[in-house]
Ligand binder design. Structure first.
Ligand code: HEM
Length: 377
């Protein structure tokens, strides 16, 4: 599902969701909009469409999206919360901080969404089989997983539990991260009007005010790409990545790392290390415009690893890169964004495995496009 060929063939699904969001924003022109919520619903719909061909529709869908966002947000806080049971396993059965109880409640909520999608698909597969005797179903991610299920003796056979675990991984891993980054980028741009001006200029030149952004424009949006990379430097979504557990003892940089221990890599600190970065606390997208800097998301330069590195690098990286660029470029090209009157930007972050903004980024849109029909078609 996450290969480049599959991503290219699912472009229309992302396009539909982004256009829907532009229409929704246009309907609320002049009023404050929670950018994290907007990005979350756009991202989750694009993802659900790719996973099982359905999305959250209408007012009800927006409400479910907001609830889903809140719960995934709660889950990423729980993932990182120090748990007394980890240090004293005999206390685990008492679940003293209620971490297990809260986690289970959220996972059950996600499972209900998955159960409904899986049931619908299995019923439609049965109908098709009975009706025509042919297997001619949609080959989305859910269909591929269902076909791998319980193949007698096959090495690739997986259980229904594993199907749900994979879908949950993708939904949780791919939604909160993307919407959080949209919020940070928009906040940094509103805080740095010169950078915002350059992004707008680039979009006007590359896309034109009489057109909407398409993925084919991305390779030419160099400045916006640098803005996103600089935002990842200052606000890496997973500041400690996922923990590693070495299978052999070794010595790294003079430190002995015993086999079997848990290693956390502090990307947040690496990205702000004055030995690596000039003026590390300043927002300077230009540092990513220098082609010789070799700073991309591949994880090959250990000075810059917002998507991790090595075998466990983010599995959704190509999709994340496309979705983030698409949502941001579209919001910035279609609208001008200003802070609501009398409010100020705020950059504190919240504790959790994902570095979220403590307070939502809220902004008021005004139209930028010359052809108003583009907002509604
Ligand atoms: C802006 C968006 C995203 C960011 C910043 C991000 C970041 C990360 C990071 C830092 C890791 C840990 C890598 C490591 O420790 O080396 C990770 C793992 C992962 N990500 Fe993402 N991610 C994003 C979007 C996505 C999307 C869209 C998906 C799925 C469609 C996804 C699926 C995963 C999965 C499954 C893993 C675990 C990989 C493994 O352990 O083998 N992520 N992500």
């Amino acid at each position: 599902m996450l290969s480049n060929a599959n991503l290219n063939s699912s472009y229309t699904l992302r396009r539909e969701e982004v256009k829907k969001s532009i229409r929704n924003v246009y309907d609320k022109i002049g009023t404050p909009i929670d950018l994290g919520e907007l990005a979350f619903v756009t991202g989750v719909n694009a993802l659900m469409n790719m996973l099982w061909g359905d999305s959250l529709q209408g007012e009800e869908g927006t409400k479910t999206g907001a609830e889903f966002k809140r719960l995934v947000g709660e889950l990423v806080v729980l993932f990182a919360k120090p748990n007394v049971s980890d240090f004293f396993p005999m206390l685990a059965m008492f679940d003293l901080q209620g971490i297990e109880r809260k986690g289970k409640r959220i996972v059950q909520y996600i499972e209900r969404i998955l159960d409904s999608a899986i049931e619908k698909r299995m019923n439609s597969n049965t109908d098709k089989n009975e009706g025509t005797g042919q297997m001619e179903q949609r080959k989305d991610f859910l269909q591929l997983l269902l076909e791998l299920r319980e193949q007698d003796g096959a090495a690739t056979s997986i259980s229904m539990r594993q199907v749900k675990a994979m879908l949950t991984d993708i939904l949780v891993g791919g939604t909160d991260t993307t919407s959080t980054m949209v919020e940070w980028v928009m906040a940094e741009l509103m805080q740095h009007p010169e950078a915002m001006r350059k992004v707008n200029e680039e979009l006007t030149e590359v896309v034109g005010l009489d057109s909407l952004v398409e993925e084919s424009h991305f390779p030419k949006l160099h400045y916006l790409d640098a803005v996103i990379k600089e935002t990842f430097r200052l606000h890496p979504a997973l500041p400690l990545l996922v923990p590693r557990c070495p299978s052999q003892s070794s010595t790294v940089g003079g430190y002995y790392i015993p086999k079997g221990c848990m290693v956390w890599l502090n990307v947040w600190v690496i990205h702000r290390d004055p030995k690596i970065w000039e003026n590390p606390l300043e927002f300077q997208p230009e540092r990513f415009l220098n082609e010789s800097s070799n700073l991309d998301y591949s994880g090959n330069n250990f000075n810059y690893i917002p998507f991790g590195s090595g075998r466990r690098i983010c599995a959704g990286l190509p999709l994340a890169e496309k979705t983030l660029m698409y949502i941001l470029a579209s919001l910035l090209h279609s609208f001008e964004w200003k802070l609501p009157h009398g409010t100020e930007l705020e950059f504190s972050d919240d504790f959790g495995i994902v570095t979220k903004k403590l307070n939502p980024t809220v902004a008021v849109p005004t139209p930028r496009l010359s052809n108003f029909e583009l907002y509604t078609k």
